[in-house]
Design a protein around this ligand. Structure first.
Ligand SMILES: NC(=O)c1ccc[n+]([C@@H]2O[C@H](COP(=O)([O-])OP(=O)(O)OC[C@H]3O[C@@H](n4cnc5c(N)ncnc54)[C@H](O)[C@@H]3O)[C@@H](O)[C@H]2O)c1
Length: 266
């Protein structure tokens, strides 16, 4: 897919990786809707991006992704505002082992809902023009994370869901490609959660272990993750892939053996 002229919706777009996604998409000529529950950061990002790119190509919509009606309403607003939808990035996420139920709601349930909404509007079977959905997981979606068990479970869930729905999309000719990105540590405000008892809960005393891991593996700039996003959007052969991005190996893909029971219905 050529990014130029396309419309992208990015959840959690007010800061961090989501904002870097918006910047890269705008740089390629897309129109971008930033969805975030943090209105202050969202407005700030919109204003900063408007200085760099034509202001009318960015819109900020305040939205808590865990609120079904708000998320549905935000998708509708994007289409009303820009007239179409081509790219959905389900990126909003938190690291909170204390309020772990809300971590599941934000990191997994809302990613599933955002994916279904994307398919509703972009799926060819529903009269859409096709598109691309990218769900943001983590390296913690591929390996255990001793002090973030629920975060880890949600990120494993994102991979399993996205790979499965990608198979269905292929079999049913939705015209929508669905892929996952799994970054290692990235320099964004989420890393501050490691120092907070209200986020780490019973694992708070292990914060230095996580910091040691960060030092060992390295912390990447969000722009590298945005490069991975653009690669997925532009390469029409990618569906059901799990892109890993690490400081040591850069952008590469998780290798899986053949998935059973795949067929293509024409
Ligand atoms: N930074 C890392 O090291 C890292 C590594 C791997 C994966 N990730 C994943 O990347 C994604 C982006 O994280 P980030 O590092 O940019 O974090 P961040 O905290 O900087 O940004 C996350 C954004 O999501 C928003 N958000 C959180 N809950 C929301 C909700 N209920 N509704 C709407 N918006 C909500 C926040 O307001 C924030 O703007 C997350 O899914 C995270 O799990 C991050």
């Amino acid at each position: 897919m050529h990014v130029n002229g396309k419309v992208a919706l990015v959840t959690g777009g007010a800061q961090g990786i989501g904002r870097a996604f918006a910047q890269a998409l705008l740089g390629k000529g897309a129109k971008v809707a930033l969805l975030d529950r943090n209105s202050e950061a969202g407005q700030e990002s919109k204003a900063a991006l408007a200085e760099q790119f034509e202001a009318q190509r960015t819109v900020f919509i305040q939205c808590d992704v865990t609120d079904q009606e708000q998320l549905k309403g935000a998708f509708k607003k994007v289409i009303e505002h820009f007239g179409r939808l081509d790219i959905v990035v389900n990126n909003a996420g938190v690291n909170n082992e204390k309020d772990w139920e809300s971590t599941i709601q934000i990191n997994l349930t809302s990613v599933i809902r955002g994916t279904y909404l994307g398919l509703e509007y972009m799926g060819k079977g529903n009269g859409g023009d096709g598109g691309v959905i990218i769900n943001i997981s983590s390296l913690a979606g591929l390996m255990p994370a001793a002090f973030q068990p629920v975060y880890c479970a949600t990120k494993h869930g994102v991979i399993g869901f996205t790979r499965s729905i990608a198979l269905a999309a292929n079999m049913e000719n939705y015209g929508v490609r669905l892929n996952t990105i799994c970054p290692g540590f990235v320099n964004t405000p989420i890393l501050q959660s490691i120092d907070k008892e209200e986020n780490m809960g019973q694992y708070y005393s292990y914060k230095d272990e996580i910091k040691n891991m960060m030092q060992f593996y390295g912390v990447m700039d969000p722009s590298i993750i945005a490069e991975g996003l653009i690669t997925i959007i532009e390469d029409d052969t990618l569906n059901g892939e799990v892109m890993k991005i690490t400081a040591s190996q850069g952008i590469h893909f998780q290798q899986y053996s053949q998935t059973p029971f795949t067929s293509t219905k024409r």
